[in-house]
Write a protein that binds this ligand. Structure first.
Ligand code: HEM
Length: 283
C-alpha cells in the first residue's frame, strides 16, 4: 500500500473512531438506556471523551517520534478538533440541564469556580479548533505556533475542572493528570533521551511519582487528609490499582510497544537487505 493510501485509511478510521462515542451515547439516550438521569450521564460522558481526546492529540507527537511513523501527523488535528467539539457538546448538554435558561447558565459559570475554569478551557479549545486550518496557519504565520501553545494550559485547566467536580473520588482525574505529566515531561526531555529507553525509563518513574504527588497534594490541600497516608497507600500491595499504578502500567506498555516496533523495523530492514543481496547474487 502506498503512503498516500495508508494516510487516507488512517484518517478515515480516525474519523470513525472519533464519532463512535457520540453515536453510542446518542443511541443509548434515544433507546432510554442511560438510566434515571440521562443528562448527567451525557454530561459526564462528553466531558470524559473531551479529556481522552485531548490527551490523545498530545500523544501524537511522541508517538510519531517513538514509533517512527510519520502518518500520525495527519490525524493530530482532527483529534484535537474532536476534543473541542465534545467539550462544546458537554456545555450544550449542561445548558439543556438548565432548561436552556442561558441567564442561569451564565450566572452559574460566573458563580462556580469549577465551571468558570471549564469555560475558560472551552474558549481556548474552540479558538484552537477554529484556527487549526491551513488557511489560518498561513494567515497567522509565526503567531500560529504561539497561539497553539495554548493547548497546554487549556488541558491543565480542563484537568483542574475534572479534579474539582470529582470531589472525593479523584482516581480518574489523577490518572489523567499522570498521563498529562508523562506527555509534558517527554517534551521537556533532550531529543536524544526522547528516543532512548533510558529516557523512557526516567519518564516512567517521574510520571508515576508525579501522580502520587498530585493525589497526595489534592487530598492534603482540599480534604485535609495527611499526604503521608496517601503516599503509604501507594506502596500498600492490598490497595493495588491506584492512579499511580495505572500510570506506571501505561508507561511500561508504551516502552514494550516501542521495543516491539523497533524489533519489527530491524527485522524488516534485515529481510530487505537479504532479499536485495540474494537477487543481486542470483545468476
Ligand atoms: C463552560 C464549560 C463547561 C461546563 C459548563 C461544564 C460543566 C460540567 C458539569 C456540570 C459537570 C458535572 C459535574 C457534576 O456532576 O457534579 C462536568 C464534568 C466534567 N467536565 Fe465539564 N464543563 C465545562 C467544560 C469542560 C471542558 C472544557 C472539559 C474538558 C477539557 C470538561 C471536562 C469534564 C470532565 C472530564 C468531567 C467529569 C466527567 C466524569 O466525572 O466522568 N468540562 N462539567
Amino acid at each position: 500500500m502506498t503512503l498516500q493510501r495508508k494516510v487516507f485509511w488512517l484518517r478515515q478510521a480516525t474519523l470513525v473512531g472519533l464519532c463512535l462515542p457520540a453515536v453510542e451515547l446518542a443511541w443509548r439516550w434515544y433507546g432510554d438506556e442511560l438510566g434515571p438521569r440521562p443528562v448527567t450521564v451525557a454530561t459526564h460522558s462528553t466531558g470524559d471523551w473531551a479529556v481522552i481526546f485531548l490527551l490523545l492529540s498530545l500523544a501524537m507527537t511522541p508517538a510519531r517520534v517513538l514509533f517512527d511513523w510519520m502518518p500520525l501527523v495527519h490525524i493530530r488535528r482532527r483529534i484535537g478538533v474532536a476534543a473541542a467539539l465534545y467539550a462544546l457538546v458537554h456545555l450544550l448538554i449542561y445548558a439543556l440541564d438548565q432548561k436552556w435558561n442561558l441567564l442561569v447558565v451564565a450566572t452559574e459559570i460566573l458563580k462556580r469556580f469549577y465551571l468558570t475554569i471549564g469555560f475558560v478551557a472551552l474558549l481556548a479549545l474552540v479558538a484552537l479548533a477554529v484556527t487549526s486550518t491551513d488557511g489560518w496557519q498561513k494567515r497567522l504565520k509565526r503567531n500560529w505556533k504561539r497561539l497553539h501553545w495554548l493547548i497546554y494550559p487549556a488541558v491543565f485547566v480542563g484537568l483542574i475542572h475534572f479534579f474539582i467536580q470529582s470531589k472525593l473520588k479523584i482516581g480518574e482525574p489523577a490518572f489523567a493528570a499522570g498521563l498529562f505529566a508523562w506527555l509534558m515531561l517527554w517534551r521537556a526531555l533532550p531529543s536524544t533521551l526522547q528516543r532512548s529507553f533510558l529516557g523512557l525509563g526516567i519518564l516512567t518513574a517521574t510520571a508515576t511519582l508525579c501522580t502520587v504527588i498530585f493525589e497526595a497534594a489534592w487530598y492534603g490541600l482540599v480534604n485535609g487528609i495527611d499526604p503521608g497516608r496517601i503516599l503509604l497507600a501507594n506502596l500498600d500491595p492490598e490497595l493495588i490499582f491506584r492512579p499511580s499504578h495505572k500510570v506506571l502500567v501505561a508507561a511500561l506498555l508504551v516502552m514494550a510497544a516501542v521495543a516491539l516496533r523497533r524489533l519489527a523495523l530491524a527485522a524488516n530492514r534485515l529481510w530487505t537487505k537479504r532479499y536485495i543481496q540474494s537477487t543481486i547474487s542470483a545468476p
